[in-house]
Ligand binder design. Sequence first.
Ligand SMILES: Nc1ncnc2c1ncn2[C@@H]1O[C@H](COP(=O)(O)OP(=O)(O)OP(=O)(O)O)[C@@H](O)[C@H]1O
Length: 364
Amino acid sequence: MSISHLKISGIRNLQAVEFPPASRINIISGQNGSGKTSVLEAIHFLSSTRSFRTSELRHVLTQGQEAALVFSRVLAPGSTQPLPLGVERRLNGDVRVRFDGRSLDAAELASLLPVQVLYSGTFELLDGSPSIRRQFVDWGGFHADTQFIQLWRGFRRALKQRNSLLKYGKIDRFQMQVWDREFVAYGTQLTAHRRAYIDALVPQFERILKVLLGDVSIELKFYPGWDSKRSLEEVLLDQFEREAAQGFTLTGPQRADLRFRWDGVNAAERLSRGQKKLVVSALRLAQGQLYRLQSQRPCIYLIDDLPSELDEPHVRLFCQFLEQSHDQCFITCVDPDTLTEFWSPDTDLALFHLDAGHLTCRQR
Ligand SMILES: Nc1ncnc2c1ncn2[C@@H]1O[C@H](COP(=O)(O)OP(=O)(O)OP(=O)(O)O)[C@@H](O)[C@H]1O
Protein backbone atom coordinates (compact mmCIF):
# COMPACT_ATOMS: atom_id res chain seq x y z
CA MET A 1 0.00 0.00 0.00
CA SER A 2 1.03 3.60 -0.47
CA ILE A 3 -0.58 6.71 0.97
CA SER A 4 -2.22 9.06 -1.52
CA HIS A 5 -3.86 11.43 0.95
CA LEU A 6 -3.13 12.19 4.59
CA LYS A 7 -4.97 14.24 7.20
CA ILE A 8 -3.61 14.55 10.74
CA SER A 9 -5.34 16.02 13.77
CA GLY A 10 -4.58 16.03 17.49
CA ILE A 11 -0.92 15.02 17.19
CA ARG A 12 1.83 17.09 18.90
CA ASN A 13 2.11 20.62 17.47
CA LEU A 14 0.66 19.75 14.03
CA GLN A 15 -2.05 22.20 12.98
CA ALA A 16 -4.71 20.52 10.82
CA VAL A 17 -2.07 19.06 8.52
CA GLU A 18 -3.53 17.71 5.28
CA PHE A 19 -1.64 16.86 2.10
CA PRO A 20 -1.42 14.51 -0.90
CA PRO A 21 1.93 12.69 -0.65
CA ALA A 22 3.86 11.73 -3.78
CA SER A 23 3.82 8.03 -4.56
CA ARG A 24 7.62 7.79 -4.18
CA ILE A 25 9.73 10.44 -2.43
CA ASN A 26 8.37 12.97 0.06
CA ILE A 27 10.82 15.42 1.59
CA ILE A 28 9.61 17.31 4.63
CA SER A 29 11.84 20.15 5.77
CA GLY A 30 11.62 22.59 8.67
CA GLN A 31 13.51 24.00 11.59
CA ASN A 32 14.06 22.20 14.88
CA GLY A 33 10.76 21.72 16.70
CA SER A 34 8.65 22.54 13.61
CA GLY A 35 6.95 19.09 13.72
CA LYS A 36 8.80 17.01 11.09
CA THR A 37 9.22 13.92 13.27
CA SER A 38 5.59 14.35 14.37
CA VAL A 39 4.43 13.85 10.76
CA LEU A 40 6.38 10.56 10.64
CA GLU A 41 4.93 9.70 14.05
CA ALA A 42 1.43 10.30 12.64
CA ILE A 43 2.09 7.93 9.71
CA HIS A 44 3.39 5.31 12.14
CA PHE A 45 0.24 5.86 14.22
CA LEU A 46 -1.82 5.24 11.09
CA SER A 47 0.03 1.97 10.48
CA SER A 48 -0.08 0.64 14.05
CA THR A 49 -2.15 2.97 16.34
CA ARG A 50 1.14 3.74 18.13
CA SER A 51 3.97 6.23 18.17
CA PHE A 52 7.57 5.06 17.72
CA ARG A 53 8.75 7.67 20.25
CA THR A 54 6.61 6.86 23.26
CA SER A 55 4.17 4.24 24.46
CA GLU A 56 2.04 6.90 26.17
CA LEU A 57 -0.74 8.40 24.09
CA ARG A 58 -0.98 11.51 26.31
CA HIS A 59 2.49 12.63 25.15
CA VAL A 60 1.50 12.28 21.50
CA LEU A 61 -1.83 14.10 21.82
CA THR A 62 -1.74 17.83 21.21
CA GLN A 63 -1.80 19.47 24.63
CA GLY A 64 -5.43 19.73 25.78
CA GLN A 65 -6.82 17.38 23.09
CA GLU A 66 -8.81 14.23 23.88
CA ALA A 67 -8.16 12.32 20.65
CA ALA A 68 -5.65 11.79 17.86
CA LEU A 69 -7.04 11.06 14.42
CA VAL A 70 -5.15 10.22 11.27
CA PHE A 71 -7.22 9.77 8.17
CA SER A 72 -5.80 8.62 4.85
CA ARG A 73 -6.50 7.23 1.44
CA VAL A 74 -4.31 4.27 0.58
CA LEU A 75 -3.59 2.64 -2.75
CA ALA A 76 -2.97 -1.06 -3.23
CA PRO A 77 -0.11 -1.85 -5.65
CA GLY A 78 -1.33 -1.61 -9.24
CA SER A 79 -4.69 -0.08 -8.22
CA THR A 80 -5.94 3.39 -9.17
CA GLN A 81 -8.77 3.38 -6.64
CA PRO A 82 -7.68 4.72 -3.23
CA LEU A 83 -9.45 3.28 -0.18
CA PRO A 84 -10.12 5.14 3.09
CA LEU A 85 -8.16 4.15 6.19
CA GLY A 86 -8.63 6.01 9.48
CA VAL A 87 -7.16 5.46 12.95
CA GLU A 88 -8.43 7.22 16.05
CA ARG A 89 -7.29 6.87 19.65
CA ARG A 90 -8.86 8.65 22.57
CA LEU A 91 -7.48 9.45 25.98
CA ASN A 92 -10.25 7.34 27.54
CA GLY A 93 -8.71 4.23 25.89
CA ASP A 94 -11.01 3.90 22.87
CA VAL A 95 -9.29 2.84 19.65
CA ARG A 96 -11.03 2.81 16.28
CA VAL A 97 -9.51 1.53 13.06
CA ARG A 98 -11.68 1.68 9.94
CA PHE A 99 -10.65 0.53 6.50
CA ASP A 100 -12.94 0.75 3.50
CA GLY A 101 -16.05 0.71 5.71
CA ARG A 102 -15.08 -2.06 8.15
CA SER A 103 -13.21 -2.29 11.46
CA LEU A 104 -9.75 -3.83 11.64
CA ASP A 105 -7.95 -5.40 14.60
CA ALA A 106 -4.29 -4.70 15.42
CA ALA A 107 -2.88 -7.65 13.44
CA GLU A 108 -4.97 -6.79 10.35
CA LEU A 109 -3.79 -3.18 10.49
CA ALA A 110 -0.15 -4.26 10.88
CA SER A 111 -0.42 -6.42 7.75
CA LEU A 112 -2.19 -3.72 5.77
CA LEU A 113 0.33 -0.91 6.04
CA PRO A 114 3.81 -2.08 7.09
CA VAL A 115 6.30 0.71 7.72
CA GLN A 116 10.00 0.83 8.52
CA VAL A 117 11.18 3.72 10.68
CA LEU A 118 14.67 5.14 10.85
CA TYR A 119 15.14 7.75 13.58
CA SER A 120 17.66 8.48 16.33
CA GLY A 121 16.21 5.66 18.50
CA THR A 122 16.95 3.12 15.74
CA PHE A 123 20.59 3.05 16.93
CA GLU A 124 19.31 0.91 19.80
CA LEU A 125 19.12 -2.00 17.38
CA LEU A 126 22.90 -2.22 17.77
CA ASP A 127 23.52 -1.17 21.34
CA GLY A 128 20.15 -1.26 23.12
CA SER A 129 18.54 -4.12 25.03
CA PRO A 130 18.01 -7.56 23.41
CA SER A 131 14.23 -7.03 23.52
CA ILE A 132 14.62 -4.37 20.78
CA ARG A 133 16.41 -6.88 18.54
CA ARG A 134 13.80 -9.57 19.31
CA GLN A 135 11.08 -7.11 18.23
CA PHE A 136 13.02 -6.57 15.02
CA VAL A 137 13.26 -10.32 14.32
CA ASP A 138 9.61 -10.87 15.27
CA TRP A 139 8.43 -8.07 12.96
CA GLY A 140 10.00 -10.08 10.15
CA GLY A 141 8.60 -13.39 11.38
CA PHE A 142 5.11 -11.92 11.69
CA HIS A 143 5.13 -10.58 8.13
CA ALA A 144 6.88 -13.61 6.62
CA ASP A 145 4.44 -16.26 7.82
CA THR A 146 0.84 -16.13 9.05
CA GLN A 147 1.57 -19.01 11.47
CA PHE A 148 4.16 -16.96 13.33
CA ILE A 149 1.73 -14.96 15.47
CA GLN A 150 0.08 -18.17 16.81
CA LEU A 151 3.48 -19.63 17.71
CA TRP A 152 4.52 -16.39 19.37
CA ARG A 153 1.29 -16.20 21.40
CA GLY A 154 1.49 -19.89 22.36
CA PHE A 155 5.06 -19.48 23.52
CA ARG A 156 4.28 -16.31 25.54
CA ARG A 157 1.41 -18.10 27.27
CA ALA A 158 3.59 -21.10 28.20
CA LEU A 159 6.38 -18.82 29.44
CA LYS A 160 3.95 -16.81 31.57
CA GLN A 161 2.44 -19.94 33.13
CA ARG A 162 5.87 -21.48 33.84
CA ASN A 163 7.06 -18.25 35.41
CA SER A 164 4.03 -17.96 37.64
CA LEU A 165 4.44 -21.58 38.84
CA LEU A 166 8.15 -20.96 39.51
CA LYS A 167 7.45 -17.66 41.26
CA TYR A 168 4.95 -19.03 43.77
CA GLY A 169 7.29 -21.76 44.94
CA LYS A 170 4.91 -24.72 45.47
CA ILE A 171 5.50 -26.36 42.14
CA ASP A 172 2.92 -28.86 40.97
CA ARG A 173 5.08 -31.23 38.89
CA PHE A 174 2.15 -32.38 36.77
CA GLN A 175 1.12 -28.82 35.85
CA MET A 176 4.75 -27.95 35.24
CA GLN A 177 5.15 -30.83 32.77
CA VAL A 178 2.11 -29.60 30.83
CA TRP A 179 3.59 -26.12 30.47
CA ASP A 180 7.09 -27.48 29.79
CA ARG A 181 5.68 -29.43 26.84
CA GLU A 182 4.00 -26.29 25.47
CA PHE A 183 7.13 -24.22 26.11
CA VAL A 184 9.30 -26.69 24.20
CA ALA A 185 6.83 -27.26 21.33
CA TYR A 186 6.06 -23.58 20.70
CA GLY A 187 9.59 -22.41 21.57
CA THR A 188 11.26 -24.82 19.14
CA GLN A 189 8.96 -23.89 16.25
CA LEU A 190 9.16 -20.16 17.02
CA THR A 191 12.96 -20.40 16.98
CA ALA A 192 12.96 -22.25 13.65
CA HIS A 193 10.87 -19.42 12.13
CA ARG A 194 13.13 -16.75 13.63
CA ARG A 195 16.25 -18.50 12.36
CA ALA A 196 14.79 -18.96 8.86
CA TYR A 197 13.87 -15.26 8.79
CA ILE A 198 17.39 -14.16 9.71
CA ASP A 199 18.89 -16.59 7.17
CA ALA A 200 16.76 -14.91 4.50
CA LEU A 201 17.58 -11.41 5.79
CA VAL A 202 21.38 -11.74 5.88
CA PRO A 203 21.97 -11.64 2.08
CA GLN A 204 19.71 -8.56 1.79
CA PHE A 205 21.51 -6.88 4.69
CA GLU A 206 24.96 -7.63 3.25
CA ARG A 207 23.95 -6.40 -0.20
CA ILE A 208 22.55 -3.10 1.10
CA LEU A 209 25.43 -2.58 3.53
CA LYS A 210 27.85 -2.94 0.63
CA VAL A 211 25.96 -0.24 -1.28
CA LEU A 212 25.82 2.15 1.68
CA LEU A 213 29.10 1.44 3.42
CA GLY A 214 31.37 -0.28 0.89
CA ASP A 215 34.27 -1.80 2.77
CA VAL A 216 32.65 -2.45 6.16
CA SER A 217 31.52 -6.04 6.47
CA ILE A 218 29.39 -6.89 9.46
CA GLU A 219 28.66 -10.46 10.48
CA LEU A 220 25.06 -10.83 11.64
CA LYS A 221 24.29 -13.92 13.72
CA PHE A 222 21.11 -15.16 15.35
CA TYR A 223 21.35 -16.38 18.95
CA PRO A 224 18.28 -18.50 19.83
CA GLY A 225 18.39 -17.79 23.59
CA TRP A 226 20.05 -21.00 24.74
CA ASP A 227 23.00 -23.22 23.79
CA SER A 228 21.66 -24.48 20.49
CA LYS A 229 23.83 -27.62 20.55
CA ARG A 230 21.29 -28.89 23.06
CA SER A 231 17.55 -29.33 22.71
CA LEU A 232 15.25 -26.97 24.57
CA GLU A 233 13.86 -29.97 26.46
CA GLU A 234 17.32 -30.94 27.76
CA VAL A 235 18.02 -27.35 28.78
CA LEU A 236 14.77 -27.14 30.78
CA LEU A 237 15.52 -30.39 32.59
CA ASP A 238 19.03 -29.27 33.39
CA GLN A 239 18.16 -25.83 34.70
CA PHE A 240 15.04 -26.76 36.67
CA GLU A 241 16.65 -26.66 40.16
CA ARG A 242 18.19 -23.24 39.48
CA GLU A 243 14.90 -21.95 38.07
CA ALA A 244 13.00 -23.15 41.13
CA ALA A 245 15.51 -21.30 43.34
CA GLN A 246 15.39 -18.10 41.29
CA GLY A 247 11.65 -18.13 40.53
CA PHE A 248 11.66 -17.66 36.74
CA THR A 249 12.59 -19.37 33.45
CA LEU A 250 16.31 -18.85 32.88
CA THR A 251 17.12 -19.50 29.23
CA GLY A 252 15.01 -20.13 26.14
CA PRO A 253 13.54 -18.22 23.19
CA GLN A 254 12.60 -15.33 25.51
CA ARG A 255 16.35 -14.58 25.55
CA ALA A 256 16.88 -14.67 21.76
CA ASP A 257 19.15 -11.99 20.36
CA LEU A 258 21.11 -10.84 17.34
CA ARG A 259 24.89 -10.41 17.39
CA PHE A 260 26.82 -8.02 15.17
CA ARG A 261 30.57 -8.49 14.75
CA TRP A 262 33.07 -6.50 12.73
CA ASP A 263 36.45 -8.20 12.35
CA GLY A 264 35.52 -10.44 15.26
CA VAL A 265 34.73 -7.52 17.59
CA ASN A 266 31.31 -6.35 18.86
CA ALA A 267 30.34 -3.92 16.07
CA ALA A 268 28.66 -1.44 18.47
CA GLU A 269 32.05 -0.86 20.15
CA ARG A 270 33.88 -0.30 16.90
CA LEU A 271 31.62 1.67 14.53
CA SER A 272 31.57 5.48 14.33
CA ARG A 273 28.18 7.22 14.69
CA GLY A 274 27.84 7.67 10.92
CA GLN A 275 28.76 4.03 10.35
CA LYS A 276 26.25 2.92 13.00
CA LYS A 277 23.53 4.93 11.28
CA LEU A 278 24.32 3.23 7.97
CA VAL A 279 24.39 -0.24 9.54
CA VAL A 280 21.01 0.16 11.25
CA SER A 281 19.64 1.76 8.07
CA ALA A 282 20.87 -1.26 6.08
CA LEU A 283 19.08 -3.53 8.56
CA ARG A 284 15.77 -1.67 8.30
CA LEU A 285 16.01 -1.31 4.53
CA ALA A 286 16.87 -5.02 4.25
CA GLN A 287 13.78 -5.82 6.27
CA GLY A 288 11.65 -3.73 3.91
CA GLN A 289 13.25 -5.26 0.81
CA LEU A 290 12.79 -8.81 2.10
CA TYR A 291 9.16 -8.00 2.93
CA ARG A 292 8.69 -6.90 -0.68
CA LEU A 293 10.33 -10.08 -2.00
CA GLN A 294 8.32 -12.39 0.24
CA SER A 295 4.91 -10.73 -0.05
CA GLN A 296 5.17 -8.91 -3.39
CA ARG A 297 3.98 -5.83 -1.50
CA PRO A 298 5.82 -2.61 -0.70
CA CYS A 299 6.80 -1.19 2.66
CA ILE A 300 6.67 2.52 3.51
CA TYR A 301 9.94 4.04 4.78
CA LEU A 302 9.89 6.83 7.37
CA ILE A 303 13.35 8.36 7.64
CA ASP A 304 13.90 11.09 10.18
CA ASP A 305 16.67 13.60 9.51
CA LEU A 306 18.35 11.52 6.82
CA PRO A 307 21.39 13.82 6.41
CA SER A 308 22.32 13.93 10.12
CA GLU A 309 25.62 12.14 10.95
CA LEU A 310 26.30 11.50 7.22
CA ASP A 311 28.70 13.15 4.78
CA GLU A 312 27.52 14.17 1.31
CA PRO A 313 28.69 11.04 -0.54
CA HIS A 314 26.83 8.78 1.92
CA VAL A 315 23.69 10.94 1.73
CA ARG A 316 23.87 10.55 -2.05
CA LEU A 317 24.27 6.74 -1.82
CA PHE A 318 21.38 6.53 0.63
CA CYS A 319 19.08 8.59 -1.63
CA GLN A 320 20.10 6.59 -4.71
CA PHE A 321 19.24 3.38 -2.88
CA LEU A 322 15.82 4.76 -1.88
CA GLU A 323 15.14 5.91 -5.41
CA GLN A 324 15.89 2.44 -6.79
CA SER A 325 13.78 0.71 -4.12
CA HIS A 326 10.47 1.80 -5.80
CA ASP A 327 8.87 2.21 -2.35
CA GLN A 328 7.15 5.26 -0.86
CA CYS A 329 9.44 7.26 1.41
CA PHE A 330 8.84 10.13 3.82
CA ILE A 331 12.16 11.80 4.59
CA THR A 332 12.73 14.71 6.93
CA CYS A 333 15.60 17.20 7.05
CA VAL A 334 16.32 20.67 8.39
CA ASP A 335 17.71 22.14 5.17
CA PRO A 336 15.96 20.87 2.00
CA ASP A 337 18.98 21.83 -0.15
CA THR A 338 20.88 18.91 1.42
CA LEU A 339 18.46 16.45 -0.21
CA THR A 340 16.87 17.89 -3.33
CA GLU A 341 19.61 17.36 -5.93
CA PHE A 342 19.85 13.55 -5.84
CA TRP A 343 16.63 12.51 -7.59
CA SER A 344 16.00 11.85 -11.24
CA PRO A 345 13.46 14.18 -12.93
CA ASP A 346 11.16 11.17 -13.57
CA THR A 347 10.82 10.31 -9.89
CA ASP A 348 7.47 11.27 -8.36
CA LEU A 349 8.76 13.63 -5.70
CA ALA A 350 7.03 16.17 -3.45
CA LEU A 351 8.57 18.78 -1.18
CA PHE A 352 6.84 20.04 1.94
CA HIS A 353 7.83 22.61 4.49
CA LEU A 354 6.77 22.78 8.12
CA ASP A 355 6.71 25.97 10.11
CA ALA A 356 5.51 25.71 13.72
CA GLY A 357 3.18 22.83 12.87
CA HIS A 358 1.83 24.35 9.62
CA LEU A 359 2.60 22.38 6.47
CA THR A 360 2.93 23.90 3.01
CA CYS A 361 3.86 22.39 -0.38
CA ARG A 362 7.01 23.68 -2.08
CA GLN A 363 7.99 23.78 -5.73
CA ARG A 364 10.52 21.20 -6.88
N1 LIG B 1 1.86 16.93 23.26
C1 LIG B 1 2.25 18.03 22.59
N2 LIG B 1 1.38 19.03 22.34
C2 LIG B 1 1.78 20.13 21.65
N3 LIG B 1 3.04 20.30 21.19
C3 LIG B 1 3.93 19.34 21.43
C4 LIG B 1 3.59 18.14 22.14
N4 LIG B 1 4.68 17.36 22.21
C5 LIG B 1 5.66 18.03 21.59
N5 LIG B 1 5.21 19.22 21.12
C6 LIG B 1 5.95 20.21 20.33
O1 LIG B 1 5.79 19.80 18.99
C7 LIG B 1 6.97 19.98 18.26
C8 LIG B 1 7.28 18.60 17.75
O2 LIG B 1 8.57 18.46 17.44
P1 LIG B 1 9.15 17.37 16.45
O3 LIG B 1 9.98 16.50 17.29
O4 LIG B 1 8.16 16.81 15.56
O5 LIG B 1 10.05 18.43 15.66
P2 LIG B 1 11.12 18.25 14.55
O6 LIG B 1 10.75 19.21 13.48
O7 LIG B 1 11.28 16.82 14.20
O8 LIG B 1 12.41 18.78 15.33
P3 LIG B 1 13.96 18.40 15.28
O9 LIG B 1 14.49 18.92 13.97
O10 LIG B 1 14.50 19.16 16.43
O11 LIG B 1 14.06 16.92 15.43
C9 LIG B 1 8.00 20.57 19.22
O12 LIG B 1 8.04 21.97 19.03
C10 LIG B 1 7.44 20.21 20.59
O13 LIG B 1 7.76 21.17 21.56
